[in-house]
Design a protein around this ligand. Sequence first.
Ligand code: NAD
Ligand code: ZN
Length: 353
Amino acid sequence: MKISTDYKTDNYNIYVEDNALNKYLTEYTARYSSVFYLVDSHVYQLHQDILLSSIDAPILLSPGESCKTVESYARTIEELIERGIKRNSLIVAIGGGATGDLAGFIAATILRGVDYIHVPTTVLAHDSAVGGKTAINVPSGKNLIGSFYRPQCVIMDTLFFNTLPDDELLSGYAEVFKHAMLNSEEEADRLMTLHNKAIDIDRLSESIEMGIKTKLRFVNKDEHESNERRYLNLGHTLGHALELNNKLFHGHAVMFGMLYALYVSNQLNQKDIFDVSRYATYFQSIGLDFSKIEDTAFEDLLKYLLKDKKNTTENLISFVLLSNYGECYVKDLSIEEVKKYYTTFNEMLIKDV
Ligand SMILES: NC(=O)c1ccc[n+]([C@@H]2O[C@H](COP(=O)([O-])OP(=O)(O)OC[C@H]3O[C@@H](n4cnc5c(N)ncnc54)[C@H](O)[C@@H]3O)[C@@H](O)[C@H]2O)c1
Ligand SMILES: [Zn+2]
């Protein structure tokens, strides 16, 4: 399936299907005199014999997040220059969101910008590959150096998902689910029917298509994240705090964060629009481990909550909340309010799940 972006100019295609890499890559690489492949080394090891057998002289990056360092950025740039990269070359990034973020930032900056393509190999990267954000980390924080830079296309070959560990699969699915909540109750119900009791890899393409289209809807309105794009952070305020404090996979933490945001939304709306217990039971049934957040003291999360990038006022914490499915707003809550809801939210989880 092909999805196209809907910007005023510089649009690109996003392909999502089995065998997409072999089907579409050469159509793009043929337009360039030289092509450089930046590949997650773990993904290369798993797929070099079949899916990546035609990839010529890849530059292997350390797997996952460990490639998003200033050192790895500089080292890879040196290697590309040594190999003779030119302004009219193409960079192809093959790996998850981390590979895409590093390669995208290299493409945006090397020789003041060369074209690039992302071949996402994780479910989570349906999110990161779309929207044009690129970034690397520094010791004081994640994604603090980066740019907005659009790829020439995104080729999501769903055959890569067959080697994804269950935890990574669930982590990526969390963002698909988030996109459904930003749409409608029907989309959330559809996901729960398609992926009932377990994530069904064979039926992920259509769910990912919904996720990508939703993300594009927000990004098209607000590419540089001053308004609507912030809503894509649903579940990410408490989520990030739990991710860092409890060392959780990103998406697992976002699932807990989403439950909390829905719970707080119900409290502030003064009616139970969202059946939080139902979603909690569903997340647990597809593998979310609630014991990982048991007994987490609010005080341990607070330092992370106060550092959330969305915050604009001292001692207030910004949350993306929903007045209904698909109807988002950003609300600043006091520490006392966040703590009060955190306590009653935990009591509800213990009682119901
Ligand atoms: N740019 C954006 O808009 C944006 C949005 C969301 C997330 N991100 C970034 O994305 C990154 C997370 O991405 P991710 O979750 O895709 O993880 P990742 O790239 O860190 O990969 C996670 C792990 O999965 C492995 N892996 C990748 N593909 C595999 C496959 N097919 N089979 C087996 N193993 C495989 C990797 O080697 C790594 O160990 C973070 O750095 C985050 O900041 C960026
Ligand atoms: Zn996320």
